[in-house]
Design a protein around this ligand. Structure first.
Ligand code: DON
Length: 581
């Protein structure tokens, strides 16, 4: 470099001056680019499966950043957690780039096929046929995850997509071992899986629940992932894979066309932002309802000193905040490319002040006393992971194929397990689906529209502490984020956010759902006395994955929900700066 400069210099004095000017510019630029915040001493990954966490660390060790690791973790989960997410599904990836503080949400949500109609899940009498939006080819939206992974690698990553996909391809080819968690979810979907011979052949053992230790091999999925690795976006959305997808889906009664796949695009959305007692919240934007509902709840609760309240009153005001924020969800929210929404109003502290003014401390507000709306959606599976790299880049991602094993159908010759995310639309405004779920006009089916979601990948940040968190759990995702976030606000460690007992209210049904053991008998009695109806759930719910970086002390911590089989690790993997873009 110095030689090159010297060759261009015309004389020693002029040259020295120029060199001095150049050096000061260079030093100035370096100083100006020096990070304003400290960097973490280690990287952390919390995900719902140990093989996915390992894949993420392998990619960090190979010189990748958090975004490359997110590609690796997403793809690995798509293989080893087939009941939760996959390349036949979609999700939201919330990103924070340390170098310039840039934040965005990658919207890789599924879209309704272009041939979708409002009445596609209704029978001749106009009644909803529930299975149609849950099992088989007609239930599947156009997948977004492959597009999101290609976009993530290309625009934010540092390694080639093929390198970050390599661990997942290996897991697909060499297989992974069935655990108790897998068996529980496969049992739940046994009948549906047996309706697709490809799905049964891959995920079951001769039509039966595979025993513990059974190895699930997905050679076709490995080939499809290789096409994605080789050709990027086009490897999935056009060419041989696309041809097979269209043929297989249509043969099974689906309505996908080549244009659906050609047209699919990831959208970068400005995250929803809020503030709670000095904590900056960055969270999921529509077509997720999660961020708006979370910020509304926190805005309501900002008016109370929660720590000073007794247990029952604290639970009561949290429930009342949930009731009010969830009420708005079904009424207003949908795909921002299709419906206009009063987001600024819903997330404004003044709006929350009005809602708070209607909360009485001595009595529950019956949901029927609030202006009418419909209950929010729920569903039994999905996944989340959180990543922090040693530069301070962050990813919070929640991914889904909706029900366990999605639509329970694998498209022949592709290994692609289809999602049944179409069930997140309201099949008929006001009419509940099989899970008691209904929606409104904003979430009605339309060609090319994204269905409303509750997935809420979130960052919470103060001057000293950064939290990266999220969870599956359908409509309960948002209330889990609230409870986990309040633990963060109270100064607790990630282990407390992910383990704390959970309760939930979603406006309708007008009942507080709670995990076994979340409330003792006395608290239940007192909540009843305030007018709350209680419903103890038969089992626990959620699978939160969380990372904390304490900038002040330099400590990095991570935790994986004990309700799942995931793993959270902190490792001293330093991203080589040489490779930095
Ligand atoms: O996008 C949604 O809101 C749902 N498809 C998520 C489903 C879910 O979280 C199920 N998890 N347990």
């Amino acid at each position: 470099m110095t030689d090159r400069i010297n060759q261009t210099l015309r004389g020693p004095r002029y040259g020295a001056l120029l060199l001095w000017a150049w050096l000061s510019l260079f030093v100035g630029a370096v100083c100006a680019e020096a990070p304003r915040t400290p960097v973490p001493p280690a990287a952390a990954i919390a995900s719902a499966h140990p093989l996915a966490t390992t894949a993420g660390f392998d990619i960090l060790a190979a010189g990748g950043n958090a975004f490359d690791a997110a590609v690796a973790v997403s793809a690995a989960l798509a293989v080893v957690e087939p009941y939760s997410s996959g390349i036949g599904g979609g999700g939201f990836w919330l990103l924070h780039r340390a170098a310039d503080g840039f934040e965005t949400m990658l919207d890789g949500r599924e879209r309704a096929p272009l041939a979708a109609t409002r009445t596609m899940y209704l029978d001749a009498k106009g009644e909803v046929v529930p299975d149609l939006s849950m099992d088989g080819a007609l239930a599947a939206g156009i997948p977004g995850e492959p597009a999101a992974l290609a976009h993530l690698a290309e625009k934010y990553g540092r390694l080639p997509l093929s390198q970050s996909l390599a661990p997942a391809i290996r897991y697909a080819r060499e297989g992974f071992v069935v655990d108790e968690y897998y068996r529980r979810l496969a049992e739940f979907r046994l009948d549906a899986l047996n309706k697709s011979s490809e799905a049964a052949q891959i995920f079951l053992n001769k039509g039966k629940l595979p025993e513990l230790g059974y190895r699930v091999l997905q050679p076709d999925l490995a080939v499809t992932l290789e096409a994605l690795a080789r050709e990027g976006h086009a490897g999935f959305y056009s060419g041989e894979v696309a041809k097979r997808l269209i043929k297989g889906v249509r043969a099974a009664g689906g309505i996908w066309t080549a244009k659906d796949l050609e047209d699919y695009r990831v959208v970068e959305r400005e995250p929803i932002r809020g503030e709670y007692h000095g904590i900056n919240i960055t969270t999921a934007a529509p077509p997720s309802s999660g961020g708006v509902v979370l910020v509304t709840m926190l805005n309501i609760l900002a008016g109370y000193d929660l720590a000073a309240l007794d247990d029952v009153t604290r639970t009561h005001v949290i429930v009342e905040a949930m009731r009010r924020a969830y009420r708005d969800r079904a009424d207003y929210l949908g795909d921002p490319d299709f419906v206009s929404m009063p987001i600024a109003r819903l997330t404004h502290p003044f709006y929350a002040e009005g809602l708070r003014a209607s909360i009485r401390l001595d009595r529950a507000t019956p949901s029927t006393d609030l202006p009418g709306a419909q209950p929010a959606v729920d569903g039994p599976h999905t996944t989340h992971f959180s990543i922090l790299d040693s530069e301070g880049n962050r990813v919070a991602a929640t991914l889904s194929i909706n029900y366990p094993f999605g639509a329970a159908m694998v498209v022949p010759g592709t290994g692609v397990l289809l999602n049944d995310e179409m069930d997140d639309f309201s099949a008929k405004p006001g009419v509940p689906n099989a899970y008691g779920l209904v929606g409104a006009e904003a979430n009605a089916i339309a060609p090319g529209k994204r269905m409303l979601s509750s997935m809420t990948p979130t960052f919470m940040e103060t001057a000293d502490r950064v939290a990266i968190l999220g969870t599956p759990g359908g409509s309960r995702i948002i209330s889990m984020l609230l409870l986990g976030g309040l633990e963060f606000a109270a100064g607790e460690a990630p282990q407390a956010w992910v383990t704390r007992p959970r309760f939930h209210h979603q406006y309708l049904p007008d009942v507080i759902q709670f995990e076994p053991g979340a409330f003792d008998a006395l608290v239940q009695e007192d909540l009843n006395a305030l007018g709350h109806k209680l419903s103890e759930q038969s089992s626990s719910y959620g699978n939160m994955q969380a990372v904390l970086w304490e900038k002040a002390t330099g400590k990095v911590d991570a935790a994986s929900d004990p309700r799942g089989v995931g793993s959270a690790e902190v490792r001293g993997v330093v991203v080589p700066q040489m490779l930095a873009r």
